[in-house]
Design a protein around this ligand. Structure first.
Ligand code: GDP
Ligand code: MG
Length: 834
């Protein structure tokens, strides 16, 4: 193996770096090397081309160094200063003889750029035989040997040439399939990219073999360097009759793409223009992150956090790249890391994460990451690439022939969804009754074994009642999460998002938003947690804002009560209409919010298509378990606090009421006059529970809100049920059970009983005094109100946790306002016709 690495001789080209500057010396900034966060931060500090900079002093150990630029002082580490290219003010001015430059004036920087000859370092990176050397020869006019067999040469050829006002230093690197540690070529390319830090990388891609070639591209994306794709051998692609929407592909992956044919120099001019555009940042590129899925991503984040503690590696290597490489267990990279002060911590964390992932997935992390990268590529190509010949799906993708089939895809998807919900509710109903009975038994046991009093009431009604009401949903939640984990782990979930993408786009959302929305029908809380899979913040927020309109299973008891009480015919149709109304309103609100809050044009995201995989029981088990624990802790804590609060609101103030009631009863009974006794309706005092509720804080709240809800035809009792419903919507029914208990009815109220009671309710005050409250029309508008208003405290907490308090408050207000408006319109317009 002979090496012919042509070292870039810095002396010869008079390139000086900021770190070379002596104390009190002044210079002008020419170029910032390095990538990503470092570049961004340093530019924000004012380090832009043409700015004058002066060394004030160096720290005792020569590090850090204090500089003055644009009238303020900053301090940089030597390692950072080494990435900033400078020139003396004289050189800078001499190079620009036409215009006078005021070197401290940033506005003129653009103008200066045009007039100062500059060096752009460009590297050609790509698979073997994709045409790198051909492109190199076309550009430089050299005659390097084409047909580079991998493994023969490990070296780079460099040539300088002038283009417009620039000197371009073009380097042809050896061909590699990947930037890992397996071959000398790969290591060589990696080192060139991380040490020479070329300004722009041209990723040469063989258009006739996109899937394999783009793998390297995904690694360049991880490295967060400035890349342009030369879509070479474009003639071959056209000859095959294939089509590639490379404009859209370019948008998806955030990299400019120029089709080229190196053998006849087609596209080479455009390619070079793009190099300058990207260097000058006149071409806006977007740095995307490849989505590795929640599991791997949380590992990446953890390692990244540790890596970021050591600032200097950020300078030349993007922390995302470092984290991924460490997760892949890249040996050479670990050696590389050893020189950093917290290397031990980083490596320990990385090892923990590798072990965790390998245990959970039963595969090497490297395979997991490779799979995720191919999933990204498959997804991107599925949307942009059409092959002329019918290709057989490769291994791991065979099921796509059926599951993403043009005609069969959607019916199959609907079938799976139906099966999932059917399983959730039918299978879940058995353990649900067991738990219900268990909670009842516990309640009885507590009641019997404890002394009557406040503590007993708190335990029985507040804690056991409140938390028990949530625990009963546990089986359903477990089954739902099991189905979802199964779909995620087999790879079907990605296809579901893919299938729904078109429809979701019509309301301004992404295909991936569909899954959380669907989950919302079970319970809004896990649905809001599931939005974490969405790549864009905007999509997440938008999805979170409309999820509350997906009618969750806790609202069902309310519908069932009112539909069975007020609608004899078309019951299921009415139920369906409520669900549909929620969906339509969600779609409408998505469109409106998009117009209001997110005016900027959409950036498209790749929808990953991972290979199908037979999931392990352990894997699904742990995913189901993790999700359930998350759900339960959220519900457990929030609901516990809420049910105690609700109980207290309904329980207090106490003595006052008791005294009053008992005194009145006493008085009446003391009269001993039969006539008077019978004219008195003592029954109202006997129903002390309902009476207590009316006089409690909760009851007062009900009276307090009455004026606000009176236009909807709601009285104070409905007001109370609406307030309790804020804690959990199924409580609407139970609070009505207490409120509508008839005076002489001491037994627990049954649902049949409650239905009758609803029919008997009459207005106590107002213009409609004496009229029946509940009509079918009011029942319907009430159900709409319950569907739409304030989601419930657990959802509020979930939204706060995911996107912050401000949005949680916003969500609470706009849903309630919307509920009021809808109920008002339905009730009042309906009253005209009915
Ligand atoms: P390298 O290994 O990436 O340096 O690739 P080479 O430049 O050595 O090219 C490999 C082979 O592909 C050579 O035989 C080239 O003539 C051929 N080639 C390069 N670019 C193109 C192109 O755009 N179209 C076609 N049809 N052939 C090309
Ligand atoms: Mg070559």
């Amino acid at each position: 193996m002979h090496c012919k690495i042509q070292k870039v001789n810095l002396e010869e080209q008079h390139i000086r770096y900021l770190s070379d500057l002596a104390t009190n010396e002044t210079a002008v900034i020419i170029k910032i090397k390095g990538y990503g966060a470092f570049r961004k931060r340093i530019r924000e500090m004012g380090f832009v081309r043409g700015t004058a900079i002066k060394v004030i002093k160096k720290a005792p150990l020569q590090d850090p160094i204090e500089y003055e630029l644009m009238g303020h002082r900053v301090s940089l580490r030597t390692s950072e200063a080494q990435l900033i290219e400078i020139a003396t003010p004289e050189d800078f001015q001499r190079a620009d003889t036409q215009t006078h430059i005021d070197i401290s004036c940033r506005e003129d920087v653009k103008q200066q750029k045009k007039n100062f000859s500059k060096t752009i370092q460009v590297a050609l990176v790509g698979n073997p035989n994709c045409g790198k050397t051909s492109i190199f020869n076309q550009i430089t006019g050299k005659h390097e040997r084409v047909g580079n067999y991998s493994g023969v040469t490990v070296g780079a050829k460099t040539a300088n040439f002038n283009l417009q006002d620039y000197t371009i230093e073009l380097t042809d690197l050896p061909g590699t399939y990947s930037i890992s540690e397996y071959s000398p070529e790969e290591l060589f390319v990696r080192e060139h990219l991380s040490e020479k830090l070329p300004d722009v990388v041209i990723n040469v891609v063989d258009a006739s073999n996109l899937e394999r070639n783009l793998f390297l591209t995904t690694q360049l994306i991880d490295m967060n360097i400035r890349v342009i794709i030369a879509l070479n051998m474009y003639d071959e692609l056209l000859k095959k009759g294939d089509r590639l929407d490379y404009h859209y592909l370019s948008k998806l992956i955030g990299i400019p793409i120029v089709p080229t044919v190196a053998t006849n120099a087609k596209g080479i001019g455009t390619l070079l223009d793009k190099v300058i555009d990207v260097f000058e940042e006149t071409e806006t590129t977007r740095h995307i992150h490849i989505s590795y899925g929640n599991d791997i991503n949380s590992s990446i984040q953890r390692i990244k956090a540790a890596v970021k503690k050591h600032d200097t590696i950020n300078d030349s290597l993007h922390s995302q790249f470092v984290a991924i490489k460490l997760l892949e267990d890249d040996k050479t990279f670990k050696e590389h890391i050893r020189s950093f002060d917290n290397s031990q911590e980083i490596i320990t964390i990385a090892q923990e994460e590798v072990q965790r992932l390998e245990r959970e997935h039963n595969t090497k992390t490297e395979t997991l990451i490779t799979d995720a990268k191919y999933a990204f590529i498959r997804g991107a190509l599925k949307e942009t690439y059409t092959s002329s010949s019918i290709q057989k799906e490769p291994k791991g993708y065979k099921a796509d022939a059926l599951l993403t089939h043009r005609w069969l895809g959607i019916p199959l998807f609907v079938l799976f969804m139906w099966a999932m919900f059917h399983l959730t509710f039918s299978l879940g109903s058995y353990p649900m009754t067991w738990i219900e009975n268990g909670v009842d038994a516990l309640r009885m046991l507590t009641q019997n074994s404890m002394q009557e009093g406040m503590l007993c009431d708190l335990l029985v009604d507040g804690i056991i009642g409140g938390v028990g009401g949530v625990i009963v949903f546990l089986p359903n939640i477990l089954i739902l999460f099991f189905c979802i984990s199964l779909m995620e782990d087999t790879g079907y979930m990605a296809r579901a998002a893919f299938i729904m993408d078109k429809i979701m786009h019509s309301i301004g959302l992404h295909g991936k938003s569909f899954i959380p929305m669907l989950m919302g029908f079970g319970c809004n809380v896990p649905a809001i947690m599931a939005t974490r899979t969405l790549d864009s913040k905007k999509d997440r927020l938008l999805t979170i804002l409309i999820i509350p309109f997906m009618s969750c299973s806790a609202r069902l008891p309310v519908y069932i009560l009112f539909i069975s009480a007020f609608f004899v015919q078309y019951q299921s149709l009415i139920l369906l209409s409520l669900y549909l109304f929620g969906i339509l309103l969600a779609a409408l609100m998505a469109i409106i919010f998009k117009k209001l809050f997110f005016k900027k044009a959409d950036v498209p995201f790749v929808m990953e298509l991972p290979p199908y995989r037979m999931p392990t029981l352990r894997n699904i088990g742990s995913h189901t378990w993790n999700k359930s624990v998350q759900y339960l802790t959220k519900m457990g804590t929030v609901i516990l606090v809420a049910s105690i609060l609700l109980w207290a609101l309904g329980y207090f103030p106490r003595e006052e009421v008791n005294e009053l009631a008992s005194k009145q009863v006493e008085e009446v009974e003391n009269l001993h006059i039969d006539k008077l006794y019978s004219s008195f309706d003592t029954s109202q005092f006997k129903n002390s529970e309902a009476n207590q509720l009316e006089n409690s804080y909760l009851g007062r709240l009900g009276h307090f809100v009455e004026p606000a809800i009176a236009p909807l035809g709601f009285d104070w009792k409905i007001g109370i049920s609406v307030i309790t419903g804020m804690f959990a919507k199924e409580l609407v029914v139970s609070s009505m059970g207490v409120l509508y208990r008839s005076p002489d009815d001491e037994s627990e109220i049954s649902s049949h009983n409650l239905t009758e009671k609803l029919h008997q309710q009459r207005y106590e005050t107002g213009v409609k005094k004496g009229e029946k409250i509940f009509t079918p029309l009011l029942a319907y508008s009430f159900m709409l109100f319950i569907l739409l208003y304030f989601p419930c405290v657990a959802v509020f907490a979930a939204i706060r946790h995911e996107v912050g308090l401000r949005w949680a408050i916003f969500s609470a207000f706009y849903t309630t306002a919307l509920a009021w408006i809808v109920a008002y319109i339905v009730y009042n317009v309906g009253s005209i016709f009915l």
